[in-house]
Design a protein. Structure first.
Length: 208
């Protein structure tokens, strides 16, 4: 039996907690869902998203819906973020002395710009991690939190005509999540690396 007096707003609020769903619109008649429109990223195929929605509503609201009323549109994740909610890269710099390299990454959100700093010994294997750590420190300042985003790994994926950075991060807000972000490497390898890190967390941070 379906939950009594459940509203379309309650349904929309519940399904937006499913990872990968940006927004939803429910059309109901006599407490029955007639249309269910969703905007999602590309992390799952539509059939899997449809099954997730059905399972979520059944478990959370005891509501069994027909998969045929579900309509799904998919877009790239970062394209959905409006400019005012997206963190942008203002600058990347580094200073090298005899023993250490100091990386500085400046990020901007709306009218606020901050710089994250990470010092690392001159060890080639640590350079990439240090740039990402500086990015994380800048994000901590922008959003006023500490120890919520953690570096997990970075890999350069080579293709015949281009290369891509793949960055893995973990976040600890409402619960632990493993996130990945990527960026095609063009002229500036360090800029692409920071962009890959931001692509992993931009949508999650826009919800804070």
């Amino acid at each position: 039996m379906e939950k009594e007096r459940v509203t379309s707003q309650e349904i929309e609020s519940l399904v937006k907690k499913i990872p990968g769903i940006f927004s939803s619109k429910v059309v109901m008649e006599d407490k029955v869902i007639k249309e269910f429109h969703l905007l999602t990223d590309l992390s799952k195929n539509p059939k899997q998203i449809s099954r997730d929605i059905q399972s979520t509503l059944l478990a959370g609201m005891n509501m069994d819906i027909d998969h045929r009323v579900i309509s799904i549109a998919q877009i790239e994740g970062d394209d959905f973020l409006s400019p005012q909610n997206r963190v942008s890269i203002e600058g990347i710099s580094k200073r090298i002395d005899a023993k250490k390299t100091i990386y500085e990454v400046t990020l901007k959100l709306k009218d606020t710009a901050v710089t994250g700093i990470c010092e690392e010994y001159n060890i080639a294997s640590r350079n990439l991690a240090a740039i990402i750590e500086a990015t994380i420190k800048a994000l901590e300042q922008l959003y006023n939190f500490e120890d919520r985003i953690f570096f997990e790994g970075v890999e350069e994926i080579h293709r015949p005509n281009y290369s891509v950075w793949l960055v893995m991060l973990s976040t600890l807000f409402d619960r632990e999540r493993i996130l990945s972000g990527s960026s095609v490497i063009r002229d500036d390898r360090e800029y692409a690396l920071v962009r890959a890190a931001l692509s992993a967390v931009n949508r999650r941070l826009s919800q804070l």
